[in-house]
Ligand binder design. Structure first.
Ligand code: GTP
Length: 598
């Protein structure tokens, strides 16, 4: 199929607006997958994705479509992740396309990620085709949604397609629009090779496989390629396409989307956003926009059972094979022993990794409250980056501290503006502006510390708006803040893994909350346990856990043995996630309690 009949496109949408369902219908309609083979949402391959209904890894699939003009077209659909944590991956997937289907739920209207993704698509000069989905639902109001698209996004929406992905209504019209409206790729096959890596996958036989969009030139087996960000070279052994499983072909040409196998041992050598060129006839410049994925959120992960340390290490190594954005290094904590400091793109990324470690690798873990990365200027002039509160220098050695800020975009019904502004204020947000989407909904923009966003912001936003708000945010830079470290002492000793960073104005309040919370979650002992919060040695809050009088086993004295055994068994279970600290046992909740504060 000649280049002028190739269409590379993606689907952008807010979570749950029906992106995967539409993708499924397109695959079905083009006969790429027979209905029998059709598992729901084939594009979401990982179990966790399916369960949580979110798309994490970008995937691609090739379809052949015979259009109304009688010609066959080659359509490459590149799937994009919908969540803010993976914005950079979204941006790379978009860069691999010429057009995008903008799916908006007819009952919901545009949401935060609709807007964020559309702006990204516009930055990449994509042709955007508005598609209003779920018109089968009685509460659908497509005319209003059209108006929103025109007024808020500024895209003409008169001929927006009205479809139901679920019922299969309007699918053919979507394919016709892709063929008619999205431009064909332009790059020349005779130019030096430039291929954009938009995703990668680790295969135990083939190594790291790069998913690419060839912009100019071509790639075939036998060719030596070079990664432009690192200069490393590899010999191509296989190229192919996704239909939707990987299928070998003899060559990938300018305009095409496919995969490259080249004996690459490590996914770190197939960095998303990097440009592949020919080692013998290299292109002059890489494709624009390459950024190394930087972890923004850090947390400590410790095996609940110290013996699992090696197992945890191996599991992290395995996960990293497929996830170049996951960072980890060994760390030791006085309270938790040997473990790892792990870095993530965001909270969701962190939760996914934790869940996979527990579920797929069967490791019980104790995780510490997440932290952001602080920039600290010391009095001796040195500037350091600190991702763990434990490593904060002594306050007397700190000239100033900077913390990462984001611009948050919140969409919500007007009646909740009051409570949400209050929440943002409370989270140290700086109001930027408010824009009306229509008489019922608004967009609020705030500049806010990332730290406050990762502490419970989303949950509170949802509860204050009864689930009607959506949020998107973007890192904007480091700014000075008046922060301090609060240490927690249990039984007179600092528990390093419980130290946290807080704005000075809120230090007392949060210290109070956390000692109260710890009082609830730490089991009583035969002696009294003081719990204190301190800033640089000065105690600012205190609670006491009263001594326990009775023995748990006393109840079953003389009673039946199995019951006693069961009780002990149960205690052992509970202990797995406990940490002995001096004479005191700390449960997992203790380490996360810092998160659940207003
Ligand atoms: P993420 O992968 O989380 O970004 O979600 P998504 O945008 O891929 O949404 P998905 O396709 O998973 O659809 C979300 C929900 O909406 C599912 O329960 C679908 O069955 C439902 N849905 C999708 N399209 C339609 C439609 O046309 N009509 C109705 N009634 N429901 C739909």
């Amino acid at each position: 199929i000649p280049q002028e009949r190739i269409r590379n496109f993606c689907i952008i949408a807010h979570i749950d607006h029906g992106k995967s369902t539409l993708a499924d219908r397109l695959l079905e309609f083009t006969g790429t997958i027979s209905q029998r083979e059709m598992k729901e949402q084939v594009l979401d391959r990982m179990d966790i994705e399916r369960e949580r209904g979110i798309t994490i890894k970008a995937q691609a699939v090739r379809m052949i479509y015979k259009a109304d003009d009688g010609l066959e077209y080659l359509l490459n659909l590149i799937d994009t992740p919908g969540h803010v944590d993976f914005n950079y991956e979204v941006s790379r997937s978009l860069a691999a396309c010429e057009g995008a289907l903008l799916v908006v739920d007819a009952t919901q209207g545009i949401e935060a990620q609709t807007l964020a993704n559309t702006y990204l698509a516009l930055e990449h000069n994509l042709e955007i085709i508005p598609v209003i989905n779920k018109i089968d639902l009685p509460s659908a109001h497509p005319e209003e949604v059209k108006k929103e698209i025109e007024e808020v996004i500024g895209l003409p929406a008169d001929d927006a397609l009205l479809i139901s992905a679920k019922e299969g209504i309007g699918i053919k019209e979507v394919l016709e629009a892709v063929v008619k409206k999205i431009p064909a790729p332009k790059g020349s096959e005779d130019d030096p090779l430039r291929a954009l890596i938009f995703d990668s996958l680790y295969d135990s036989y083939k190594g790291a496989i790069a998913f690419v969009r060839v912009m100019e030139g071509s790639i075939k087996p036998g060719q030596t390629i070079k990664m432009m960000s690192t200069g490393k070279t590899f010999l191509v052994t296989e190229v192919g396409i996704f239909s939707p499983d990987m299928e070998t072909t003899d060559c990938l040409r300018a305009g095409e989307v496919g995969y490259v196998v080249a004996g690459i041992k490590n996914v770190k050598d197939t960095r998303v956003g990097d440009t592949i060129t020919d080692a013998e006839r290299p292109a002059q410049n890489p494709l624009p926009g390459y950024k190394k994925a930087v972890p923004m959120v850090f947390s400590g992960m410790y095996p609940a059972d110290g013996e699992d340390y090696e197992k945890l290490k191996e599991a992290l190594e395995k996960l990293q094979l497929n996830d170049a954005a996951l960072y980890f290094e060994p760390e030791t904590s006085a309270a938790l022993g040997f473990g790892f400091r792990c870095g993530f793109l965001g909270l969701l990324h962190m939760e996914i990794i934790q869940e996979r470690l527990e579920r797929e690798y069967d490791i019980n873990m104790i995780t510490t409250a997440p932290s952001v990365v602080y920039k600290i200027k010391k009095t001796d002039g040195e500037e350091i980056m600190v991702d763990n509160p434990t490593n904060f220098p002594d306050p007397s050695k700190i000239e100033y501290i900077e913390e990462p800020f984001v611009e948050a975009q919140i969409m919500l019904p007007t009646e909740y503006v009051g409570p949400v502004m209050e929440l943002c204020q409370d989270k140290r947000g700086i109001f930027k502006d408010m824009q009306y989407i229509n008489e019922k909904r608004v967009i609020l923009r705030y500049h806010m510390p990332l730290l406050e966003i990762i502490y419970d912001f989303f949950d509170q936003l949802k509860s204050r708006t009864r689930g009607y708000a959506s949020l998107d945010y973007e890192f904007i830079g480091y700014f000075k803040s008046d922060l301090c470290k609060v240490d927690i002492l249990v039984n007179g000793e600092i528990v390093d893994a419980l130290s946290f960073i807080v704005h000075k104005d809120k230090a007392y309040y949060r210290a109070r909350q956390i000692v109260e919370k710890l009082k609830e979650v730490i089991p009583r002992q035969l002696f009294e346990i003081p719990i204190q919060a301190a800033i640089g040695g000065r105690i600012i809050a205190r609670e006491t856990i009263k001594a326990l009088r009775k023995n748990v086993l006393a109840k079953c004295y003389g009673g039946d043995v199995t019951r006693k055994k069961k009780l002990l068994e149960k205690q052992k279970e509970g202990k797995k996630r406990m940490r002995q600290f001096g004479k005191v046992e700390l449960p997992q909740e203790a380490f996360m309690s810092v998160l659940k504060m207003g």
